[in-house]
Design a protein around this ligand. Structure first.
Ligand code: ASP
Length: 331
């Protein structure tokens, strides 16, 4: 009997344990008016988040890379008009769609990003091409567009990004701007009310590699040429196999000033905070005190998943290391 037990224990010890895999996505943090959210839109959020998670997770389950999973998950959200990324992006004050994206590979801290593109169908693919096919990290505007087209990525007419909903939003925003310019007006236009929808993904693959990516149309009414945190490595996106992968969403200027994605990774590396503690502190204390609204998603080297936000909503979802899928919008 004893011999059998010993043999069994030996067998268990020698069997390679499946390495954890996990994936988390967000579709933007901001203020959503619960009563104004139609059941149809709510259903669309959940369905697209789930589709995106499953696409990434299928790749991870087959032994594919975290990078491939992140790209696949983000492409689905870029193609869905419900999110502020790719098709469905918000408009600038001039009535254009200018898109930003970045991706990072936590294996060797490789990264790629594009800013201010107007013709690249899937900016996340362009970000990846920058990382893999150039010695650089960030390309902007026509340079990024030329690079994307030279590398065979799909180029579209800028009209492709137009959606009626976002067009109405910019018209409303411009009116609010006009109103606040008048001396009697007091209300500041709230840039984040209902105007959110940036997308992001973090994945951990079976080889222990972490990747993170973020893609956005930026903020409604942004000035021509404004670049937010999403394509800034260390601000909107960061990944390091030794610590965690992070993708952010929110009022980008604050995320840049506080180097949010890197700050979370650095806390894990330098003062050994857990991902949960680092994310909570940065989102609810550092950012909140500064006046920065938004949220983050992350996965650490052990596969722990976080989804933290200081707004009333962040469309989000994850498939954790046990295979449990969930999607959510409100707190
Ligand atoms: N962070 C994005 C930006 O500032 C916007 C967002 O996440 O909603 O461009």
């Amino acid at each position: 009997m004893k011999a059998i037990t010993i043999a069994l224990l030996f067998f268990i010890a020698m069997t390679p344990q499946a390495k954890p895999i996990a994936i988390v996505v967000h579709g933007g943090a901001g203020r959503i008016d619960r009563d104004a959210l139609t059941p149809e839109r709510e259903r669309l959020y959940h369905a697209t988040l789930e589709q995106s998670l499953r696409a990434g997770h299928t790749i991870l389950k087959r032994g594919g890379s975290a990078l491939d999973a992140v790209e696949a998950a983000i492409v689905i959200m870029e193609d869905a008009p419900v999110f502020n990324a790719g098709r469905g992006a918000v408009f600038t004050a001039e009535g254009k769609n200018e898109l930003d994206a970045s991706i990072m590979d936590g294996r060797a801290l490789q990264a790629g990003a594009v800013g201010g593109v107007t013709t690249v169908k899937n900016p996340i693919r362009a970000a990846r091409a920058v990382m893999e096919k150039s010695p650089h990290v960030l390309f902007t505007n026509q340079g990024a567009e030329k690079f994307a087209s030279d590398n065979g990525l799909e180029i579209v007419d800028p009209k492709y990004f137009f959606t009626e909903r976002r067009w109405k939003q910019i018209q409303k925003w411009l009116k609010q701007q006009e109103a606040t310019a008048k001396p009697q007006a007091t209300a500041e236009p709230d840039r984040h009310a209902d105007y959110f929808g940036t997308v992001g993904c973090v994945a951990l693959d079976a080889k222990g590699n972490i990747a993170a990516g973020t893609s956005t149309g930026g903020m409604t009414g942004k000035r021509f040429g404004r670049i937010g945190d999403s394509p800034i490595i260390g601000a909107g996106t960061y990944a390091d196999n030794r610590t965690a992968g992070i993708s952010c969403t929110g009022h980008g200027e604050y995320f840049i000033r506080h180097a949010v994605a890197h700050d979370i990774s650095a806390r894990i590396a330098y003062i050994k905070e857990s991902l949960a503690k680092a994310a909570t502190d940065v989102v609810h204390t550092v950012l909140k005190q500064a006046g920065g609204s938004g949220g983050i998603i992350g996965i650490d080297a052990q596969g722990n998943v976080v989804m933290e936000f200081n707004t009333n909503a962040m469309t989000r979802g994850s498939i954790d290391t046990t295979g449990n899928l969930k999607t959510a919008i409100f707190k």
